[in-house]
Design a protein around this ligand. Structure first.
Ligand SMILES: Cc1cc2nc3c(=O)[nH]c(=O)nc-3n(C[C@H](O)[C@H](O)[C@H](O)COP(=O)(O)OP(=O)(O)OC[C@H]3O[C@@H](n4cnc5c(N)ncnc54)[C@H](O)[C@@H]3O)c2cc1C
Length: 451
């Protein structure tokens, strides 16, 4: 064997798998990443945004959600207590590598009062404890993690895995895009959302059982930070759920960025929107996503294709991301540069095209978003202002879920799948935790076999 363990993808899942293995004394580990090395990645480069050493986490907002209800499905494999312990372990590793000490959203009478007020506004507040690293600090924390691995784990960047190689139901290694093949006893595949299509293809060819995840489609909302200040001071990120009046479907807020900025992302040649908040740099606005979840059964079962189609439509109409004042949307007209100039909320994203989101979203999505905005206005007056800005579209494409054991092993012996690319997680801390689970299981098995 060339290596004991090959890890595909140097995002949080891959990094934490490597770190766990190295800390447990395992040698001969290779971590492969298709993108650039951390120090060479540039945020302005859309390719670098999701790919490269550090994964999508490198330029993420760095909000570590310590609560078990959010950020993935590890709760389906572990008892609540074990999951909390695992999340705490991952969190401690981030803190040991430079994440700040403060945790937002700790239980308090103010939080309870906020939950009561949310209920009166037809919203459910999901309590979440969050540690905020901040987009600007993420690179520092990742650099320290990289230093921890250096010398103990071989790392290659600009190295794309083409195929996972298996024989008689057992993993044998990987083949690389340059034609080279590498053998290993174990493989951990952690390709992230950016690698979800690749993962789907590999899963099909290896005969792994998968199931489609729903797609989340919606808008990024931007408004003056004062509208949400009282709430974000308590929770930093408030996760609010509403069941829309007309369609009775789940609509939720996601990725709230107090004093943050709206950004664009490029994936599969399509431009979508997202948001960041920095530890030091502050804007005067807060942004967050409102997402509507859609699942499909038959004959259509391609939620990723559906989400990309809607995003492509926005790109077709706007040449990229579209921005619209809520007031314009409500009065049935497009936003223009002149109308935006009169908007009291100053947009933080410069390169969105003023347009009309009603040309983009299906009726049920648009209506559910509007009903959510109205409900939010009951909790934080000012949300349903005509000066609120809506950016489209935000799409969360979740990878097909691969069937794995509680140790993250797939149906192919010694092939483990972790993180967002396996559809098991949806956030930094659960992705990191799934890497820890895979790393621990492999180390345990290797030690048992060597006895
Ligand atoms: C803008 C943005 C903000 C976010 N903010 C937050 C946040 O505040 N809090 C939070 O919890 N989560 C956040 N997330 C989500 C979080 O970043 C992901 O959940 C997390 O990074 C998933 O980790 P992962 O290791 O599974 O995958 P990734 O981080 O996506 O890493 C996978 C890596 O694998 C590489 N790869 C893929 N295929 C191959 C291949 N074939 N060969 C070699 N390498 C390959 C990719 O290039 C990538 O670098 C954010 C995401 C984005 C995009």
């Amino acid at each position: 064997m060339d290596y004991e363990v090959i890890i595909v993808g140097a995002g949080p899942a891959g990094i934490f798998a490597a770190l766990t293995l190295a800390n447990l004394g395992i040698e001969s580990i290779l971590l492969l990443e298709q993108g650039k090395d951390l120090s060479e990645r540039k945020r302005a480069d859309s390719e670098d945004m999701l790919c490269g050493w550090g994964g999508a986490g490198a330029f993420s907002d760095g909000k570590l959600t310590i609560s078990p209800e959010v950020g993935g499905f590890l709760g389906e494999f572990l008892e609540q207590e074990s999951l909390c312990e695992l999340l705490a372990t991952a969190d401690e590793i981030y803190v040991a590598h430079g994440a700040p000490g403060r945790v937002f959203g700790e239980e308090s009478p103010r939080l309870e009062e906020l939950a009561d007020r949310a209920r009166l506004a037809d919203l459910e507040l999901v309590p979440t404890r969050i540690r905020h690293i901040g987009t600007d600090n993420c690179a520092v924390v990742l650099e320290r993690l990289r230093e921890s691995l250096a010398g103990r784990v071989e790392m290659r960047t600009g190295c794309r895995v083409q195929n996972l190689l298996a024989e008689n139901g057992r993993i044998r290694g990987v083949s690389l895009a340059d034609g080279q093949s590498l053998t290993s006893r174990f493989v951990v595949t952690a390709p992230g959302r950016v690698g979800s299509s690749w993962m789907k293809k590999e899963a099909e060819s290896l005969g792994l059982k998968t199931k489609a995840s729903p797609v989340d489609i919606g808008v990024r909302v931007e408004l003056p930070a004062s509208v949400f200040k009282e709430i974000t001071d308590i929770t930093f990120e408030s996760k609010l759920i509403h069941y829309s009046k007309t369609f009775d479907e789940k609509v939720r807020t996601f990725c709230m960025n107090p004093y943050g900025e709206v950004v664009t992302e490029k994936h599969a040649g399509i431009i979508t929107v997202n948001g960041h908040s920095y530890a030091k740099r502050k804007s005067e606005n807060t942004n967050f996503a409102i997402l509507v979840s859609s699942a499909f059964t038959e004959p259509f079962d391609d939620p990723i294709g559906y989400g990309l189609y809607i995003a492509r439509l926005a790109n077709l109409l706007g040449g990229g991301a579209i921005i619209q004042r809520l007031g314009d949307l409500l009065t049935g007209r497009r936003s223009t540069v002149e109308r935006l100039d009169r908007c009291l909320t100053r947009p933080t994203l410069a390169d969105a095209t003023p347009g009309d989101l009603s040309f983009v979203f299906p009726y049920r999505h648009l209506l559910s978003i509007m009903e959510m905005l109205q409900a939010l206005d009951g909790l934080a007056p000012g949300v349903y202002s005509r000066h609120t800005l809506l950016y489209g579209v935000e799409v969360k494409l979740y990878s097909n879920r691969i069937e794995v054991s509680p140790e993250m092993q797939t149906g192919v012996a010694n092939l483990f799948a972790a993180g967002d690319g396996a559809g098991i997680t949806r956030g930094l801390l659960q992705a990191s935790s799934s890497g820890i689970l895979a790393g621990r299981a492999i180390a345990k098995r290797m030690k048992k076999e060597s006895r």
